[in-house]
Design a protein around this ligand. Structure first.
Ligand code: GCU
Length: 661
């Protein structure tokens, strides 16, 4: 018995057994590792869904399901086609990867209760790279982990467990093809992952991933030539440093044949990088890119670079500007096997931020979007917050970069500027908890990220509904009730936390719960500058100039209070409390109303959840019920603290006379 659940691969017995006929016998001429995984999955699923043991048929005539390679189909490496022809289902692909993805799709369709009779679908992933970033530390803790400890490490050792196989199955089933398995902050011994100490276990893990078409990536310490190699510097332009990395990469890629490459956080929040030697990010990234090139490796270089030692008195420096300021001048200077990984917004995964201006800005550089499934600032998997709608807003954002296909989804897929190495990455929300994600409903975010990275056209509603039928219940009323909770959840979270894009009113360090001045007089560059008259930072042309980093189409909207999307008003502007919003309400009244409403809506979601008792598995019901109790407390705390803060600053009473402290 394992002590973890199967999430959306539970394959609960299905009442209507009409699809059983397809699964009694499966035929394929292929026998590579990926097809073997597909066959194993079909066997597992058919046993659970239909209580049958699948036969691998000797000839195609007797099979109900046929897996076939057909390179002529123009499906790329990972695309697939599923059709029903004469009472048989065919999964066709150009490569085994496509067959495996097609298999999972078919099984998940059956398991979610979708109709497969007469099926005819063709899917090619939009994004070449679809990746998860584990922020797991080698001591077994997880940075921003809210679902228990790591299942990759314990006490400085790499663990190889069956759970990693189930994790790989889950990821592959939604189309993930890369995982970086250690925290971007490489420290406390994790520097040594790229050494003899850990190769044996890492090799085993990489083999497991390889069976599911997932490349393994490692985060490295830019100063490794010093920490590991004993050199006196890590200057990327010094021959001895280049030699050290070349040798090291020969060793790593020799020992770990399924390596995709490295993910690097350099010159960011105290991590070492090329700046120490007067070099720039391109010098640093390209040096590594050349070392991994002989092995087909990729360097993913993060753009989360800003001054984290800011003096709060300094009003000219604006953290929001930093990513663009650092990387725009380097556009076109990166080697072809470097990808820049850019967070969705310019600050740090807040519940509402504008889209990062580097998207569309960078036109000659491979780029990848980074989002955070781990709910660091969005409720820490205690509060429910379905993030797919937020990611869709980002993907659908039209950058105005002058190309016909100019959305973020277009850019990161390579459609806009013809790039091949690009895509989407996300900070994972998984850990050792039985349900993988702490809050059961946070499973929708993990599932949704994979689905969306594969096909950004899917709607948030479709994804929610699929996930609910796979992981919680196939009942359509239950599906509607839970979908309803998920789809409201982000807006509700936003309402009771930080208003109108202001962000960062959280408790310092752990980032849960309200603390409106927690970061106000600190070095992190996240200020709201509220006083008795107004709140917000002027980031328009006359202010810090951040709005001018966008193409004119968006800059024109953002730079004026009147045209700025209201949900970002306080991100871009300093606004008096008496300013009237489009609704006719004053800013201060909007803040009060939104916080009271947000808290009330949590209580409503909690009630809606209570109605599900007896209609869904009891253990899920109880776990989520417990989370709602905590969310209700948290939302009350946010509501009262934020409202009291603004009342005490402005001394303007609530028009409705509700209790503010
Ligand atoms: C945030 C987060 C850190 C993390 C960093 C990053 O600042 O709080 O824990 O290391 O992002 O993305 O590198």
């Amino acid at each position: 018995m394992c002590n973890w659940e199967q999430a959306w691969l539970a394959y609960e017995l299905i009442e209507n057994q009409k699809d059983k006929k397809y699964f009694e016998s499966v035929y394929t001429q292929q026998n590579g590792v990926l097809v073997e995984s597909a066959l194993r999955e079909i066997k597992t699923a058919a046993e659970k869904l239909f209580s049958i043991t699948v036969r691998r048929g000797e000839n195609r005539e007797e099979a109900g399901l046929i897996l076939e390679l057909n390179p002529a189909l123009n499906l790329g490496k990972e695309g697939y086609q599923i059709t029903e022809e004469e009472d048989r289902i065919y999964i066709r692909a150009a490569k085994e990867n496509g067959l495996l993805y097609g298999t999972f799709r078919l099984l998940l369709m059956v398991s979610s209760g979708k109709e497969i009779t007469g099926i005819s679908i063709r899917e090619i992933p939009s994004n070449p790279v679809r990746m998860l970033n584990q922020w797991d530390n080698i001591d077994g803790s997880i940075e921003r982990g809210y679902a228990g400890r790591s299942f990759f490490y314990e006490n400085g050792k790499v663990c190889v467990t069956e759970r990693i196989r189930d994790y790989a199955r889950l990821l592959c089933s939604v189309g993930i093809n890369g995982v970086s398995i250690n925290n971007v902050n490489v420290r406390n011994g994790a520097e040594w992952l790229i050494s003899e100490r850990h190769y044996k276990e890492l090799e085993q893990i990489s083999h497991i991933f390889a069976q599911y078409g997932i490349s393994m990536y490692l985060c490295i310490d830019f100063a490794a030539p010093m920490t590991l190699g004993g050199l006196s510097c890590a200057d990327p332009l010094k021959e001895e440093v280049k030699d050290w990395w070349e040798k090291k990469c020969g060793e790593i890629f020799g020992r770990l044949p399924n390596m995709g490459g490295f993910l690097v956080k350099a010159d960011s929040e105290g991590r070492p990088g090329p700046f120490a030697y007067g070099r720039n990010h391109a010098d640093g990234a390209n040096m590594l890119a050349r070392a991994v090139k002989p092995y087909g490796g990729t360097i993913i270089w993060r753009c989360f670079v800003y001054n984290c030692q800011q003096d709060w008195r300094d009003r000219r420096t604006d953290r929001a500007c930093a990513g663009y300021d650092n990387f725009m001048p380097l556009d076109g200077k990166f080697d072809d096997n470097v990808i820049l990984q850019i967070k969705n917004g310019p600050i740090d995964f807040q519940v509402r931020e504008p889209v990062h201006p580097l998207f569309g800005g960078l036109q000659h550089t491979n780029q990848m979007l980074e989002v955070q499934i781990a709910q660091e600032y969005t409720g820490q998997q205690i509060d429910v917050c379905y993030l797919v709608p937020m990611w869709k807003e980002v993907l659908d954002f039209s950058t105005g970069c002058g190309k016909p296909e100019d959305t973020v989804a277009d850019i990161i897929s390579g459609r806009t500027f013809g790039q091949q190495r690009c895509g989407m990455a996300a900070v994972a929300n998984t850990g050792r908890d039985a349900n993988w994600t702490g809050h059961d409903l946070a499973g929708a975010n993990l599932y949704g990220f994979g689905r969306l990275a594969f096909d950004p056209r899917l709607s948030a509603e479709e994804i929610a509904s699929e996930w609910i039928s796979l992981q919680i219940s196939r009942d359509s009323d239950v599906n509607r009730s839970i979908s309803d909770i998920l789809l409201r959840s982000r807006e509700v979270y936003e309402k009771y936390t930080a208003p109108l894009g202001i962000g960062f009113m959280v408790n310092p360090a752990h980032h849960y719960g309200p603390n409106p001045e927690g970061y106000e007089y600190s070095k992190w560059g996240t200020y709201h500058r509220a006083d008795h008259l107004a709140v917000g930072v002027d980031r328009s042309a006359g202010g810090t100039g951040y709005s001018e980093q966008y193409f004119e189409k968006n800059a024109a909207l953002f730079r004026e209070k009147g045209t700025c999307p209201e949900n970002l008003l306080l991100f871009f502007h300093r606004v008096p409390y008496t300013y009237r919003l489009h609704s006719g309400k004053t800013l201060i009244q909007h803040i009060y109303d939104s916080h009271f409403e947000g808290h009330e809506q949590v209580l409503q979601m909690q009630k809606d959840w209570e109605l599900l008792e007896g209609r869904i598995p009891q253990h899920i019901f109880l776990r989520v019920k417990e989370r709602f109790t905590r969310q209700a407390e948290n939302s009350r705390e946010w509501c009262d603290v934020i409202n009291s803060f603004f009342y005490r600053k402005s001394m303007i009473p609530d028009e409705q006379g509700r209790e503010i402290f």
